[in-house]
Design a protein around this ligand. Structure first.
Ligand SMILES: Nc1ncnc2c1ncn2[C@@H]1O[C@H](COP(=O)(O)OP(=O)(O)OP(=O)(O)O)[C@@H](O)[C@H]1O
Ligand SMILES: Nc1ncnc2c1ncn2[C@@H]1O[C@H](COP(=O)(O)OP(=O)(O)OP(=O)(O)O)[C@@H](O)[C@H]1O
Ligand SMILES: [Mg+2]
Ligand SMILES: [Mg+2]
Lengths: 152, 165, 152, 165
């Protein structure tokens, strides 16, 4: 069971590094076990080195950089245990335009095997949707749907 | 397996019945603040069996039932139906589509249904076991969960890793 | 001292209601003492009723609505104990365009007595600035300033 | 009283000296993710005497010193200077402008200065007492503090109210 955890831990590490590089356009990342002696109870530390910078704990990263790290970690796990569908709720909120573009490129790649439902306020993210639903509240307090379907 | 259709009625701000049809690709949900987008995500979690009212931003499960607008009275029943395409037989059922439904009445009476016959919550969980529908898909759903994932103690963060191992 | 707390509590309540109405274009709000018997130790509950909706605990509000409530509360306190300057770091991140406009209107009103330094990615927020500084990182890992000053 | 000028050198990502001139009105700070905007806000908190490295997103105070880039070596000194206009005499000093400076050397040696003469942290706190520069101004500074304010327990939230009372 210790072997099983370490095996999946190393697979996540590898995927995390790959997705990180896609989202940061370079750089490196590392997942550290805070207690390598006690693998089944140990905490997991995240060290990230965006391109051009030195490695640091994720606490010192910016808001947008932290979003990218969280997305990279979730997708790293996702690659191992894919879900047939995935709902993202405004995970792009803190990203600048260049990072939203890298994020959308990542989504399009994962969308080959996974159905995505993405809640967003961002116009660039909306552009990669096959179908778009608008939710409105014309009548006080009551949600209604407006479907804005795109041609294929 | 992919989501086919979601029907929401009486759940949170969806007082009247609303139907979303999903394609296998990418669906975007957009609209102004407070219009109900995250509530759609909550509806998917809820019909899949979410038991924590807190993760649905509620104090008690009864809070998911439409509690009225300035002009509209509260509803007494919340019902969400999720239809999944099962052509690839990932779900352990014979039908090419599988429909799950969850209801909650203000009296506290609640029900789960698979293909329109009543079942237990456990049957819904077992249906999705080994399909990958679970914690990871869920953990991607919450608005502002980026900080949750990164602000947790290194000790708590390992839930994501244990889930996969 | 109990009187002193209650007096400032009621002033905050009144300001909170006023700023809330400006940011939500209507609606009502209420601050409740969880333990009215023990005013100096009691917690403070926030109930908000956006226009058209019923009053509810802030846990059920949307991301954007929560941002507006937090901004209203901070400015309610601000009105009582104004600071000569105020730094806002991306408090508009979750707001849609209509709410950003209400937010900027509020800032312009407070800017008569308070100097604001606003960090933002939002173009509408940038429009109310008298001066704008761009921060860049051309050299790897080193921040530089580019001043984009506007004519008065 | 308003901020006049901020000079940052060796603090966080500002390896080389940078000077921001502020007008009494509204100043916007913009730029891509990770370029240093929040670090400007941290610099203002730091020079005003912030003691909590955690609220500056650091593990120890030494972390505020520029720790190097891929091609650049770390610096050994962080220095931030804040000049305030004091024409309205809100600050209890005679001069029409007041300059505060804070330094931290990697050796641990640190210094505070008011109008270029060394002083204690306490002198900086007393300088700003009753001017309104404090918790409330600070609580508006942190990125993602919206959730902090609203997610706190009703019990913790009262700090904001106690501050004013
Ligand atoms: N049981 C309920 N009955 C009626 N309205 C409810 C109920 N539960 C939640 N709501 C309302 O739904 C609204 C929140 O919707 P939601 O969180 O989906 O917004 P959103 O579209 O995600 O907005 P944002 O862009 O700000 O995140 C709130 O205004 C809340 O009052
Ligand atoms: N002591 C230090 N030495 C060098 N770089 C540092 C130091 N401390 C922080 N940084 C870097 O500063 C960057 C963060 O800057 P900051 O938080 O100001 O970004 P930002 O402009 O606010 O971005 P965002 O829009 O994403 O919030 C991080 O990449 C971090 O690595
Ligand atoms: Mg939302
Ligand atoms: Mg920032």
């Amino acid at each position: 069971s210790r072997e099983r955890f370490m095996e999946s831990f190393e697979r996540i590490q590898k995927n995390f590094q790959e997705v990180f590089v896609q989202l940061f356009d370079g750089g490196e990342t590392e997942l550290l076990l805070t207690d390598p002696e006690d693998v089944l109870e140990s905490g997991i530390e995240i060290i990230a080195r965006p391109p051009g910078k030195r490695p640091q704990s994720i606490t010192m990263l910016s808001g947008g950089e932290r979003s990218l790290v969280a997305i990279a970690l979730l997708f790293a796990v996702f690659k191992i245990k894919p879900s047939p569908f995935c709902v993202l709720d405004e995970v792009d909120a803190a990203l600048d335009e260049a990072n939203v573009m890298r994020f959308t490129r990542l989504i399009k790649e994962f969308a080959k095997d996974t159905q995505f439902i993405i809640i967003t306020h961002n116009k660039r993210t909306m552009e990669i949707a096959d179908v778009m639903y608008g939710v409105t509240m014309e009548q006080a307090g009551v949600s209604k749907l407006v479907s804005v379907k795109f041609a294929a | 397996m992919h989501l086919d259709k979601l029907i929401i009625k009486g759940f949170k701000s969806f007082a009247d019945e609303v139907e979303l049809v999903f394609e296998p690709g990418i669906t975007a949900i957009v609209g102004p603040n407070g219009c109900g987008k995250s509530n759609v995500s909550d509806a998917i979690r809820w019909v899949l069996g979410e038991q924590s009212s807190r993760s649905l931003r509620c104090r008690k499960m009864e809070d998911v039932i439409f509690n009225g607008g300035v002009e509209l009275k509260p509803k007494n029943l919340s019902a969400v139906t999720l239809r999944l395409d099962n052509e690839d037989s990932i779900l352990p059922l014979e039908t090419p589509a599988v429909e799950i439904m969850r209801q909650l009445h203000r009296s506290g009476e609640s029900g789960y249904f698979i293909n329109q016959s009543q079942c237990l919550l456990r049957d819904i969980s077992e249906l999705f076991m080994d399909t990958g529908v679970g914690m990871t898909a869920y953990s991607l759903m919450e608005q502002s969960n980026i900080d949750v994932l990164l602000n947790t103690q290194p000790q708590e963060r390992r839930f994501l890793f244990d889930e996969v191992a």
